[in-house]
Design a protein around this ligand. Structure first.
Ligand SMILES: Cc1cc2nc3c(=O)[nH]c(=O)nc-3n(C[C@H](O)[C@H](O)[C@H](O)COP(=O)(O)OP(=O)(O)OC[C@H]3O[C@@H](n4cnc5c(N)ncnc54)[C@H](O)[C@@H]3O)c2cc1C
Ligand code: FES
Length: 578
């Protein structure tokens, strides 16, 4: 059978590129540069690390962010290109690294380039001049208004690298996104193939459980044209094996795709419950893809349903929060309080209370016994029974009981050795241990963690940013193997009534929490400590405390537990010197 491709191969790009070039020269004629006055700014007196959001006169509603990035004073787009957070509330180091206050995206404030996930588009930069007691920026109206621009992704795949390398990425999620954009933006101009079984281009997976979105077009980051412009050969197929000696990837549709560098980024497979009823009854769902949300939303139908969520970690809690308004939602969890393993008992209890206020019911310290069919339709679930005999009526059940690394296709492989949990062990550069030119990133990778408290311990981290940053790091390594992989602090977020932010990692354990503020009021900062070292932190309603912590951790300048216990407000430290 033929491998299905939903993007064109290189041959068909030439006509497209001709059109694109034509379009570009046309748009350049429209994009005339002009000077625009900044409202109420009379001089440029920012010190390194200072930033100021200002209005642009003459362009309705337009703003820019004035920055002093390592001595360069200029203006840049004012909003994060991920979800639009105001960057004036973020953290700018004296050398010009600008971190978004919400989910940790980092931009180079000198060039506007993305340095860390999850943002993809670049910030435009504008030259500033001071004259006659006023300050002006030079730019074209459309770019100033948009406040963002696409990265340098275009590629005709005719460069020198085409003779040497052929990069194949397996997977079409966050890790793949980071690798593909990192490669093209970083100047890799050789052949680049992505093989993904998901059935659509990379989407914002994190939104699935927060809003149960179903429309792939709304969820996807980039359209087909974008990948075509970068000569990315996107193959819709499932990889079934890899011949690491021959350097070929085999697919379900019978293709054999050669590589010189292979990036494995296959993510996770949600677990089911090995209990009576769960594998046979309908209306029991896991949640990983837009196909899953489509099924869940269909089963919820006109709302007013009894939904039982099994699992009180992030996916379960987000789904409960997203569905509670219009349905009757019950969460079953094995821990004493939800999210206890990650956030601890005090924080978990506070979050439980805030979800209870939204109508979610909890059965905690509870074990599930079985699922029983519905009396009206014996093919569908009708109730979930707990081990103590409690019966919870259910029109549908959503399982949030963890994921296993999606590496089944390598289980029988004679060359690669999977870890006990099915993951793949890598070094700091995400190169698979014992294999040359093969990388593993994202949810499947067990890698040595060097953040605070990590001491190189191996861990597997299921975060959107970790997968994407690992993809970016691999891209850098492929382009220039002499470049040391940048060390990044893991960041994740969740929507639980209020926005939860988290950074760091507890692979080395934690023994205490320093809590500032009130969890019940969704305004707190919790520092997870091991001895005097802060190894992780969680916050709600205290931006930019999380990203400030992540930056301080990355710089090795995080205050000690004792200092924080005395009430030190992390956001008062600065400007950070990097
Ligand atoms: C509902 C949900 C909400 C989340 N919310 C957050 C959040 O708010 N913040 C956060 O930090 N993290 C969140 N996460 C976790 C985050 O999405 C993952 O850590 C991240 O997607 C991992 O990226 P990845 O590239 O490793 O895997 P994925 O993004 O899962 O991508 C894996 C890709 O590989 C493909 N694939 C698998 N097997 C094969 C094969 N054999 N052949 C070809 N293709 C294959 C899959 O179809 C998929 O396209 C969430 C996860 C889920 C499921
Ligand atoms: S809005 Fe900036 S990282 Fe998400």
């Amino acid at each position: 059978m033929q491998t299905t491709k939903f993007l064109f191969r290189h041959a068909s790009f030439s006509s497209l590129l001709r059109q694109t070039t034509h379009k570009r020269s046309f748009s350049y004629t429209l994009r005339t540069m002009a000077d625009y006055k900044l409202k109420s700014v009379t001089s440029l007196s920012l010190k390194p690390g200072d930033k100021q959001e200002v209005e642009v006169e003459g362009i309705d509603g337009a703003k820019v962010l004035l920055v002093n990035a390592g001595g360069t004073i200029q203006a840049i787009g004012p909003k994060c290109t991920h979800y639009g957070a105001p960057l004036v509330k973020g953290v700018l180091t004296t050398s010009g690294r600008l971190t978004c206050p919400w989910h940790g995206a980092c931009f180079n404030a000198k060039t506007g380039d993305v340095e860390d996930a999850p943002a993809l588009d670049v910030l435009p930069t504008f030259k500033v001049t001071e004259r006659d007691g006023a300050v002006y920026i030079s730019g074209d109206e459309a770019t100033i208004k948009a406040g963002r621009r696409k990265p340098n992704f275009k590629c005709t795949s005719t460069g020198a690298a085409a003779q040497q390398d052929k990069v194949v990425v397996v997977g079409g999620g966050s890790g793949a996104l980071g690798a593909v954009e990192g490669l093209r933006n970083g100047g890799y101009d050789g052949p680049l193939t992505v093989i993904s079984s998901e059935g659509y281009l990379p989407i914002d997976r994190t939104k699935l459980s927060k809003a149960l979105l179903t429309d792939v077009k709304t969820l996807q980051w980039r359209d087909e044209e974008f990948y075509k412009s970068g000569s990315v050969d996107w193959v819709a197929d499932e990889v079934t094996d890899v011949d690491f000696s021959d350097r070929t990837v085999s697919t379900k549709n019978g293709a054999k795709i050669p590589y010189t560098k292979l990036i494995l980024a296959t993510g996770g497979t949600p677990r089911n419950l090995p209990l009576q009823g769960f594998k046979v009854l309908g209306n029991i769902f896991t949640l990983r893809t837009a196909h899953d949300t489509q099924k869940i939303v269909k089963a919820i139908g006109d709302k007013g349903k009894k939904i039982v969520v099994v699992g009180s970690s992030f996916i379960g809690m987000e789904v409960a929060n997203a569905t509670a308004k219009d349905n009757s939602v019950t969460v079953i969890g094995m821990e004493k309080v939800p999210l206890e393993r990650v956030l601890g008992e005090r924080v978990g209890a506070g979050i439980q209370k805030s979800l209870e206020k939204n109508g979610v019911k909890f059965y905690m310290s509870a074990g599930v016994d079985k699922a029983e069919p519905s009396p009206e339709d014996s093919s569908n679930v009708g109730a979930v029974y707990l081990k103590d005999g409690t019966k919870l009526d259910a029109d549908l059940v959503i399982l949030g009981v963890g994921v296993a690394p999606a590496t089944e296709f390598l289980r029988e492989n004679k060359v690669i050795r999977l870890e006990d949990d099915g993951s793949i062990k890598t070094n700091e550069n995400f190169e698979v241990v014992g294999l040359k030119d093969v990388y593993a990133i994202g949810d499947i990778a067990t890698y040595p963690y060097h953040g605070p408290g990590g001491n190189g311990r191996y861990t597997r981290i299921e975060h959107w940013n970790v997968a994407q940053n690992a993809g970016r790091a691999v891209a850098k390594n492929i382009i220039n193997s002499a470049v040391k992989t940048p060390h990044f602090i893991p960041v994740f977020w969740s929507a639980l009534g209020s926005q939860l932010r988290y950074c760091g990692n507890t692979v080395g354990g934690w023994d205490d929490i320093v809590l500032q503020g009130s969890v019940e009021e969704s305004a707190f900062v919790a520092y997870y400590t091991s001895g005097e070292t802060v190894v992780a932190m969680a916050s709600m309603g205290k931006d930019p405390a999380m990203v400030q912590t992540a930056e301080l951790m990355a710089l090795g300048k995080m205050p000690s537990k004792s200092e924080l216990a005395k009430g030190l407000d992390i956001t008062t430290i600065g400007p950070l010197e990097a």
